[in-house]
Ligand binder design. Structure first.
Ligand SMILES: [Zn+2]
Length: 206
C-alpha cells in the first residue's frame, strides 16, 4: 500500500517537473499511509528522476520512521506536518515552486491574495455565484519551521476558504482528501495564477 503511494507521488512529481513547477530539486510532495504516517520526498532529489528510495516516511509527530541510507526528509517537512495536523482529512500535500506562484505573490501586500471569480474556482470546492475568495499568503522565513508555525497559528483560528496557501517569493502548497484530488487542486490554483498574470498583461483587473 505504502509503495503505491510513492508511485503516485513519483508520477505526480514527474508531471510537475515537466511543466516547470518542480525544477531541479525544488518542491516537495507527500501522501499519507493507512497508519497515519506520511511519505515525503527526500531532500536534494531531482524531481524529474525520483525513485522509491527518494522518500522518507514520517510519523505524525515528525520523527522519521523509515528511510534509505543518506536520505533526509525535505527541509519543508514541517509544513506538511502542520497541514496534516490541522486538517486530519488531508491525505496528500503538494508544494511546488512555479514562476506564476512567485509572480502573483507580488500582487498583494497583505496576508491574502484575492482570487479571480472564475468558473474554475469550483474546482477548489467553492460553489458560489461570483465567488469572492482569497488565498492566504505567508512570509517566506529562512527558518522553515517558523513558516509552519505561522500556518498553524493562523489556520487554527481562521481556517482558509480554499485548501491552499501561498508562501511569498517561494511557492504554493495544496492539500486534499486523496493524491488525485490534491493534484486537481494544484492544477486549478496554478491555472488561477496564470490567469492573474495574463490578466495584468492585458490590463484586466480581477
Ligand atoms: Zn518550497
Amino acid at each position: 500500500m505504502s509503495t503505491d503511494v510513492r508511485k503516485t507521488l513519483i508520477a505526480a512529481a514527474t508531471h510537475f517537473y515537466q511543466v516547470g513547477w518542480m525544477v531541479g530539486t525544488a518542491g516537495n510532495l507527500s501522501a499519507k499511509t493507512p497508519d497515519g504516517s506520511f511519505w515525503i520526498t527526500a531532500s536534494g532529489c531531482n524531481k524529474g528522476q525520483l525513485r522509491e528510495e527518494d522518500f522518507v516516511r514520517i510519523a505524525p509527530t515528525g520523527t522519521v520512521v523509515e528511510s534509505y541510507p543518506n536520505q533526509r526528509p525535505s527541509a519543508e517537512m514541517s509544513i506538511h506536518q502542520a497541514i496534516y495536523s490541522l486538517f486530519p482529512e488531508a491525505q496528500a500535500c503538494y508544494h511546488v515552486h512555479s514562476i506564476e506562484a512567485n509572480l502573483v505573490s507580488h500582487f498583494t501586500d497583505s496576508e491574502e491574495l484575492p482570487l479571480p471569480a472564475l468558473e474554475m474556482i469550483k474546482g477548489l470546492g467553492v460553489w458560489e455565484e461570483d465567488p469572492q475568495v482569497s488565498l492566504p499568503v505567508f512570509i517566506n522565513h529562512l527558518h522553515v519551521p517558523q513558516i509552519a508555525k505561522e500556518i498553524s497559528d493562523r489556520f487554527s483560528h481562521s481556517p482558509p476558504p480554499v485548501p491552499a496557501l501561498l508562501i511569498r517569493n517561494h511557492g504554493v502548497t495544496v492539500w486534499g482528501s486523496s493524491p488525485a484530488t490534491t493534484q486537481n487542486y494544484l492544477e486549478v490554483v496554478e491555472y488561477l495564477f496564470r490567469y492573474l498574470v495574463a490578466a495584468r498583461q492585458v490590463g484586466i483587473s480581477n
